[in-house]
Design a protein around this ligand. Structure first.
Ligand code: ADP
Ligand code: MG
Length: 209
């Protein structure tokens, strides 16, 4: 399966979810490739920060040719995760055309909900060519027990795309793990962050089928 983690808004958690999803799929025994489609190369930085053996392969491909190269790139892998770019529309479009499932991270903030309309439009455009394209929202950086956390699902309803049941809570361990090029489960195996990522991965694998 090819998962595209996309949202032209920066800072919503595309890279955080991409690396942890890739790590979680790897832990299940799958061969995973992470494609960094962001010219800033954050997923490549993540890989470079790691001292131990990499969990999965990471390649940088910040060019709007991902959809043309994907079948070649994906050949030796069970799953591919594409960490999407901010802004650059032609890159985002290419990543969407390459993917089977689009995951749109959004933070529970009205600005993020409004900003999602750009990526939703790109997904709608691509759906014309790709009948089986699936797209879902994933709420990230939810702050536990806040009204805005609860209301976000309702606010997203206007987009007519499903919202994953699993949301990812705001937790310092995500930044701590990233600084060492590690997945959250490597830093705190039994922690709540690792559990949420595991649930997110399970839900996405189900959506992909
Ligand atoms: P994007 O790739 O969409 O620009 P990032 O994944 O780089 O977003 O996340 C932006 C910042 O927010 C990073 O500093 C990251 O560590 C932090 N972050 C993302 N998700 C979470 C979370 N669930 N809890 C805490 N910090 C998070
Ligand atoms: Mg990023």
């Amino acid at each position: 399966m090819i998962f595209g983690i996309l949202n032209q808004k920066g800072g919503v958690g595309k890279t955080t979810l991409s690396v942890n999803l890739a790590a979680s799929l790897t832990r299940d025994g799958s061969r995973v490739l992470l494609i960094d489609a962001d010219p800033q190369g954050s997923a490549l930085d993540f890989a470079a920060a790691r001292e131990s053996t990499p969990l999965f392969s990471v390649v940088g491909l910040p060019r709007p040719t991902i959809h043309k190269e994907i079948s070649h790139l994906a050949r030796d892998y069970d799953h591919v995760v594409i960490d999407g770019p901010p802004r650059v529309t032609d890159l985002a479009r290419s990543a969407i055309m390459a993917a089977d499932v689009i995951v749109i991270p959004v933070q529970p903030s009205p600005y993020d909900i409004w900003a999602a309309d750009e990526v939703v439009k790109l997904v709608a455009e691509a759906s014309v060519f790709k009948e089986n394209l699936k797209a879902v929202f994933a709420v990230n950086r939810k702050i536990a027990n806040t009204a805005i956390g609860r209301d976000v699902g309702e606010a997203l309803e206007s987009y007519h795309l499903p919202v994953l049941a699993t949301s990812i809570t705001q937790r310092v361990v995500f930044a701590e793990a990233a600084a060492q090029g590690r997945a959250v489960f490597e830093v705190d195996a039994n922690g709540a962050a690792a559990r949420e990522i595991e649930e997110l991965k399970n839900e996405l694998v189900e959506v992909a089928q």
